[in-house]
Design a protein around this ligand. Structure first.
Ligand SMILES: Nc1ncnc2c1ncn2[C@@H]1O[C@H](COP(=O)(O)OP(=O)(O)OP(=O)(O)O)[C@@H](O)[C@H]1O
Length: 311
């Protein structure tokens, strides 16, 4: 089975506030999928719904084809979850804590020791088994949070802001750990740091104000997907802007205004610059310039959330 998680029309309200609306996506085996968005975008809400720690207001989550709402115990068996603030007990030693988590994950008693040893080894915690959690650095606490999530060898690992608050060395180590773990399971992680998702994710979903802005292609924009276009100014454009005219073209997925008569254009999958120039001319627009744009995740991200970026 290649689809580890399937999310269909997922929504969540908190009173009158809509935290998440109409989310649809899939996570496939072997993928690291990033949920990217500014503070309050709905990332944590989405991951809590995926992990079954929060119930949706609408829609469905399936883990390996098991409906999470209908069969939570069976579905959660395949899930490991690192919450935004992992529930660590500072008064416990690392081994004690992991043993406790192994019980919660229903690891068979005879496998406890092996499960704890394996998780420690994967997360670089071998040397600190007897250490009190209160004495661990932030980086080691984060590793411990990840270790508790992989104790039962889940097929899907959910990590909420896994490198938040870490120093650059710790960030690099945790990113390495995530890439390493992705050999065994699919991973979905959240971040508001653009370089973070670029560094570790195969695919990126952008959330803004509870909605998904773009789907899969955002993270894999190829060198031919982004083009810079300059049109000759027209006196007869009426209410319709240049960007709107460009977005009407079949080969254009989105057009962003860069300046007067200058646009950044994202092509639909499979479309080429030849299609773009042909369709621009066919629509009666006057094409002055057409050139490739570097697929810069940060710039596209700010364009999409409308926060303004550098052109
Ligand atoms: N328990 C709650 N009760 C009321 N509102 C909530 C609750 N949890 C989240 N929200 C609201 O839902 C929206 C999305 O919050 P969420 O924590 O999912 O965003 P986020 O993208 O994870 O943000 P951050 O990066 O700051 O953690 C926000 O407006 C938040 O205030």
């Amino acid at each position: 089975m290649d689809t580890l998680a399937r999310v269909t029309d997922l929504s969540r309200r908190f009173g009158a506030r809509r935290a998440l609306c109409c989310l649809d996506f899939e996570l496939r085996r072997g993928e690291v999928l990033g949920l990217l968005g500014p503070n309050g975008a709905g990332k944590t809400t989405c991951l809590r719904l995926l992990s079954g720690t929060l119930a949706p207001s609408g829609g469905r989550v399936e883990i390996l084809d098991i409906d999470l709402a209908r069969h939570p115990v069976a579905a959660k068996r395949h899930l490991g979850y690192l919450p935004e603030r992992p529930p660590l007990y500072p008064e416990l030693r690392v081994d004690e804590y992991l043993g406790h988590c192994a019980r919660l994950h229903r690891v068979p008693r005879v496998d406890f020791a092996d499960a704890v040893d394996r998780a420690k080894q994967r997360c670089g915690l071998d040397a600190v088994g007897r250490t009190l959690i209160a004495k661990l650095s932030k980086g080691f606490r984060q590793r411990l949070g990840i270790a508790q999530a992989i104790l039962h060898r889940p097929k899907l690992l959910i990590l909420d802001e896994p490198t938040e608050g870490l120093d650059p060395v710790q960030i690099r180590e945790v990113r390495g750990l995530i890439r390493d773990l992705s050999r065994d399971c699919g991973i979905i992680l959240s971040s508001h740091i653009l370089s973070e998702v670029q560094a570790v994710c195969d695919r990126v979903l952008v959330l803004h104000q509870g909605r998904m802005l773009r789907s899969d292609r955002f993270g894999v924009l190829g060198p031919t997907a982004l083009w810079r276009v300059r049109l000759r100014p027209r006196g007869d454009s009426g209410a319709c802007s240049g960007a709107e005219r460009l977005e009407r073209l079949a080969c254009v997925e989105a057009a962003v205004v860069l300046g007067e008569d200058r646009f950044r254009v994202i092509l639909t999958e499979g479309a080429e610059s030849a299609d773009l120039s042909r369709q621009i001319l066919g629509a009666g627009l006057d094409l002055c310039e057409l050139g490739p744009e570097r697929p810069d995740l940060e710039r596209v991200f700010f364009d999409l959330i409308g926060a303004g970026g550098t052109a």
